[in-house]
Design a protein around this ligand. Structure first.
Ligand SMILES: [Zn+2]
Length: 323
């Protein structure tokens, strides 16, 4: 069956990475910015490795230059989420792309992002530093996060190239965010193995891990995750598109779940990976035979792991119960 109308929650979604290629091209044309190199002949984002993906991602963000651009982007992303009945989403927001981590500029971008609205979709923000930009820039990002923490900005995290540096290089920034009351997540266990997931939990004290799928290579870590309840934000379609796993059949999401690990499913950067939440659900059904009860349990895990406040959780819970 098609899962398009089934309600969904998405916890791992990069705002710029969710930008439709057509939307980005239109913005670039308006501003006469030449970003043609980011696209293939069919108009899709063009890359053939993770490093190229990161580069194309950064080129595409060059079309996004003002708070208004980010308001339009957020509006477009919310409309895409509504199409797949995503009723709650947490988006990764990067002050690096919104005024170069200047706090005054960041406040303007954030206000504009919050102007976007689509009925039926609740959006919260997780501010992310970018690992390959280094720890000093991460501190500036963490300051933006700490100063704007509240009802909308609910978490702090880290994305970018997992192969650069160490999780512990960013302890200062994560401590600052934690002290400001923000909940924590970081990308780990996608390009590096289980030791990176261990480092993220030990050195940054995160309660969720972006991806974390390579934990499957260490049975004692899988057991520990199941016991401690650290949540994995898995993105199977992203992992298959980038070659972390050769196919959906090879993806460990079902094995991790069956071992008692709390897993959620998201799209990461959907147009880059030719996916959306309905497609992820369809593939989980087709590959692992997941059905309605599995997806209800997946939603319950995601709601429990969401970084929003209790009031929002109760609202979302009521919406889930009503369907
Ligand atoms: Zn990601």
């Amino acid at each position: 069956m098609s899962w398009t109308s089934f309600p969904k929650l998405e916890l791992h979604l990069h705002l710029e990475g969710a930008a439709d290629p057509a939307f980005v091209r239109k913005l670039a044309d308006e501003k006469r910015v030449d970003i043609r190199a980011a696209f293939d002949e069919q108009g899709n984002y063009a890359y053939s490795s993770f490093e190229e993906f990161l580069h194309v991602y950064e080129v595409a963000t060059q079309a996004l230059r003002s708070p208004l651009d980010f308001q339009r982007l957020t509006q477009s992303v919310l409309e895409n989420l509504a199409e797949h009945n995503v009723i709650y989403a947490e988006a990764f927001l990067s002050p690096d792309f919104c005024g170069d981590r200047d706090l005054v500029a960041w406040r303007e971008y954030l206000a504009a992002i919050q102007e976007a609205h689509v009925d039926g979709v609740t959006l919260k923000g997780i501010i992310t530093c970018i690992r390959h930009f280094g720890p000093d820039k991460a501190k500036e990002t963490a300051l933006c996060a700490a100063e704007t923490a509240g009802d909308f900005i609910v978490g702090f995290g880290m994305g970018g190239a997992e192969t650069v540096g160490e999780q512990r290089d960013f302890t200062y920034s994560f401590d600052m965010a934690r002290e400001a009351g923000l909940r924590l997540t970081t990308h780990a266990g996608e390009w590096r193995g289980p030791q990176e997931v261990r480092a993220a939990i030990r050195d940054l004290g995160v309660e969720r891990i972006g991806h974390g799928v390579r934990s499957i290579e260490d049975p004692s870590l899988v057991k520990e995750l199941a016991e401690t309840g650290v949540v994995l934000e898995t993105n199977p379609g992203s992992n298959v598109a980038l070659g972390v796993y050769p196919s959906w059949q090879d993806h460990p999401v079902a094995k991790l779940r069956d071992a008692g690990v709390k897993v959620t499913v998201s799209t990461d950067d959907p147009p880059f990976f030719h996916t959306n939440m309905s497609h992820e659900f369809d593939m989980l059904e087709r590959t692992f035979g997941w059905g309605e009860e599995d997806f209800k349990a997946l939603n319950a895990t995601a709601l429990d792991a969401a970084f929003c406040g209790d009031e929002t959780k109760q609202d979302i819970s009521k919406l889930l119960e009503a369907t």
